[in-house]
Design a protein around this ligand. Structure first.
Ligand SMILES: Cc1cc2nc3c(=O)[nH]c(=O)nc-3n(C[C@H](O)[C@H](O)[C@H](O)COP(=O)(O)O)c2cc1C
Length: 129
């Protein structure tokens, strides 16, 4: 079972999440949506968010803190920002603090993903099916 969860203010991370979800035949769900809660354990949780003033959004942080290692076998992190990949470290840190295994490989684009980058996101996701 695969799940895709994300937080996006202006659509960049959402676009990546949707490309990943399409590639893995699931739905991309915003962490602000009540449906983001995992109804059953997942093998792979794709989870993404952007960097805003050196931090991740509180809604994403709260979601990550609600996760449990018994419900997530492995997490795969994706992100977008102007320049810094720090959101990846922050997301990984929250997951690892909960004992959740995090895939070393991550997916990142600067700002708005191009069509080619969305294809890359799709190919990236398929590696984990
Ligand atoms: C208020 C605000 C603060 C931001 N701070 C940073 C930052 O510190 N470093 C960075 O590289 N990008 C920063 N960004 C850029 C966002 O991470 C980038 O636009 C990202 O693609 C937004 O993703 P989203 O469209 O999914 O919300 C900031 C953007 C906003 C709106």
């Amino acid at each position: 079972m695969i799940a895709v969860r994300y937080f996006s203010r202006s659509g960049n991370v959402k676009a990546i999440a949707e490309a990943i979800a399409k590639a893995t035949c699931t739905e991309a769900v915003s962490v602000t949506d009540a449906a983001a809660a995992l109804a059953e354990p997942v093998d792979t949780l794709f989870v993404g968010g952007a960097l805003y003033a050196y931090g991740i959004d509180d809604a994403l942080k709260a979601y990550l803190q609600s996760l449990d290692a018994s419900c997530v076998k492995k997490a795969v992190v994706f992100s977008s920002s102007w320049v810094s990949k720090h959101a990846i470290d922050l997301i990984k840190g929250e997951l690892e603090a909960r004992g959740i295994a995090v895939e070393a490989e991550t997916f990142y684009v600067r700002s708005k993903p191009s069509a080619a980058q969305l294809e890359e996101a799709s190919a990236f996701a398929k590696k984990f099916i």
